[in-house]
Design a protein around this ligand. Structure first.
Ligand code: ADP
Ligand code: MG
Ligand code: ZN
Length: 617
């Protein structure tokens, strides 16, 4: 194991030293000799003879083919070099001139200096340069530079740096409660220790996207006076096996040094996925996960390292991660309810200029099912809209319009429907609305428009529930299916032909009908037997059939039966109210938008007969 863990860290360093070594050799071969030679003056033989005549030569060294000698010039000793020529009188002449015969004239610099120049200085330069470079790389590339392999690049948040507090997170009271406890523990550990309670080592925030999991973790960082390490699961994913594991090890080493502290791993499902039995598994990911498991076991929570993690795919996590002693506490962060939505809207509305009379309750009611992120987006869209229209602050209208923008896409101004198409869409949408209104268990119509949206919808019927409810009765579900088929039913009744406009309705109706039969036990035939299992509940919920082929065939038949029955019902409702259908469709055709009140007013007033031919003029 030791070998395994050192290798990926050392290899780049060895490369680095190799490069230094090669450069040094080159330097010694090319540069240093040149430097050495420069201090020796090359002279001609006659120069040498002249120097002897003038008795300038101090020392001389005779070699086989060269002569080194020193002369004094302007009080400085200069080493000279010249070729040796067969000259018998040379020794006598030198003797005469008083030159001294030297064993060896130091033609080279002292060995110490030359060693310093040729070896130590370059090494020193390289070390300084290398340090500087690696520092730069660590900054520039987030720590993945040559010197930083295997280092975790967790950001450390300290108290003031995020500035996000629990008060910035609206709703999500249970989650906040649980997290507050953790913060409290880190501030007063002795209080908990006296009783003998130990805090969970890890807490896992689970919930659909955009519900504020990351935000909550940042709020913990903002509230706690302890260091906060934040890292995303994807940052552990590396190309080389063992690298991710090294990062995990480094992260926990840092955390242990800084304890008490909080470690936050966002999107943990990227590394925490179930290990499957396949032989050709993902080695790197498994090693990283194994390292994480080991590290979580390795420290004791009394030291005060708390691990938070967030995911929207809890069911894909490895069971080993979830067992007690690791992430033993699960903090659900669900989609906000009505009150939660209202609070979230208010929190975000503080950031923009907004009219005093805005009714957030109404907005929250209309934005049913929206996540925190979508609500934040709605408020921002409202502000944008206000600017576009040249207003100084956002109004209720802006907010209402931006709900539709966020949920149904932008109004598409450029797409122009032909009159015939517009008429069909009018009837289609009124068909939905009328069926909804004529059934007792349906949510009232809030607004209908036939302005095309970027999402591709040509028209849009918005129903808003009076109160929130969490249970749906069988009747409500059936009525919903009937409402969904109402658009197509209106087309059939009025035009005796059908269009592609109902594709989305069909999809939704089928999904509902399937759910009724396979998941909610709402058919007589199958009683309370589940025909489908649902996975990935926070990400839309993929379902897979869990029954025999024969039963599947039966289920399909039942689904068709159910939808067909509701479709017939919708047609019947429209037939019974054909006058109102024409009247409302004409109104929508003319105005393009109709509010809930207008709709109800027209629906409840005395019928005035109106024919299709008249409208088409
Ligand atoms: P996720 O759950 O996917 O991690 P985030 O925490 O990233 O979601 O939330 C995205 C954004 O949505 C936040 O930055 C914040 O502006 C907004 N938001 C989500 N939930 C809330 C909430 N409960 N209160 C206030 N704002 C929220
Ligand atoms: Mg997130
Ligand atoms: Zn429709």
């Amino acid at each position: 194991m030791n070998l395994n863990e050192k290798k990926p860290v050392k290899r780049p360093l060895i490369f680095y030293y190799l490069i230094v070594f090669v450069v040094l050799i080159l330097l010694n071969i090319l540069v240093v000799p040149a430097m050495r030679e420069r201090s020796i003056l090359e002279t001609t033989y006659s120069d040498f003879l002249d120097s002897i005549e003038n008795k300038e030569v101090k020392e001389v060294e005779l070699e086989d083919s060269v002569i080194y000698y020193t002369v004094e010039k302007d009080g400085e000793i200069v080493i000279c070099k010249t070729g040796r020529i067969a000259d018998i009188n040379l020794v006598d002449r030198l003797n005469e001139s008083g030159a001294e015969f030297a064993q060896e004239i130091p033609t080279q610099q002292s060995p110490l200096i030359s060693f310093l120049v040729s070896w130590l200085m370059p090494i020193a330069i390289f070390i300084v340069l290398g340090q500087w470079l690696s520092k730069k790389m660590m900054k520039g590339m987030g720590g993945t530079g040559a010197m930083a392999f295997g280092k975790s690049n967790a950001k450390i948040y300290v108290k003031s740096s995020t500035g996000i507090k629990f008060s910035d997170v609206a709703g999500e009271d249970e989650a906040k409660e649980l997290l507050k406890e953790i913060v409290d523990y880190l501030h007063n550990p002795q209080l908990y220790r006296e009783i003998g309670a130990s805090l969970p080592k890890g807490a896992l925030l689970v919930g659909p996207p955009g519900t504020g999991k990351t935000l909550l973790a940042k709020a913990v960082a903002g509230e706690a006076n302890v260091p906060f390490f934040s890292i995303s699961g994807s940052e552990f994913v590396e190309m080389f096996v063992g690298m991710g594991a090294a990062k995990v090890r480094d992260l926990f080493k840092q955390a242990n040094e800084k304890a008490p502290c909080i470690v936050f791993i966002d999107e943990i499902d990227t590394i925490g996925k179930k290990r499957d039995g396949q032989i050709s598994g993902n080695d790197e990911r498994e090693q990283t996960l194994n390292q994480l498991l080991t590290e979580m076991d390795g420290f004791d929570s009394s030291k005060g390292v708390v691990i938070l993690a967030a995911t929207n795919r809890p069911d894909s996590l490895d069971p080993a991660l979830l067992r007690p002693g690791r992430f033993d506490r699960r903090i659900p962060v669900e989609l906000p309810d009505l009150q939660g939505r209202e609070e979230i809207l208010k929190v975000h509305a503080k950031k923009i200029k907004i009219a005093d009379n805005v009714n957030f309750h109404e907005i929250a009611k209309a934005a049913s099912g929206a996540s925190g992120a979508e609500l934040a987006n709605i408020v921002n869209e409202a502000a944008l809209r206000a600017v576009r229209d040249g207003r100084k602050f956002a109004t209720q209208m802006d907010l209402e319009e931006s709900i539709e923008v966020v949920i149904a896409g932008y109004q598409k101004k450029s797409r122009v429907l032909s009159n015939k198409e517009k008429l069909i869409v009018s009837y289609h949408e009124i068909g939905h609305a009328l069926v909804a209104a004529k059934q007792t268990e349906s949510a009232p119509v809030h607004k209908i428009t036939i302005i095309p949206r970027t999402s591709g919808a040509l028209g849009y019927t918005m129903q808003v529930e009076e109160k929130e409810h969490f249970l749906m009765t069988k009747e409500e579900m059936e009525n919903k299916i009937a409402t969904l088929t109402g658009g197509r039913a209106a087309e059939e009744i009025v035009f005796q032909s059908i269009t592609t406009g109902a594709s989305n309705d069909i999809e939704q109706a089928t999904k509902l009908a399937r759910g009724m039969i396979t998941q909610y036990g709402m058919s007589d035939e199958f009683d309370m037997v589940a025909m489908e299992t649902v996975s990935n509940q926070y990400l839309g919920g993929d379902s897979s059939l869990a029954c025999s082929f024969e039963t599947q065939t039966k289920v399909d038949k039942k689904v068709v039966e159910l939808v067909k029955k509701q479709h017939e019902k919708a047609k019947q409702i429209l037939q019974d109210n054909i006058g109102k259908l024409h009247e409302l469709a004409k109104y929508l055709y003319d105005h393009e938008t109709i509010t809930g009140e207008e709709f109800m007013e027209i629906l409840n007033r005395k019928e005035e007969p109106l024919s299709l031919e008249k409208k088409e003029e």
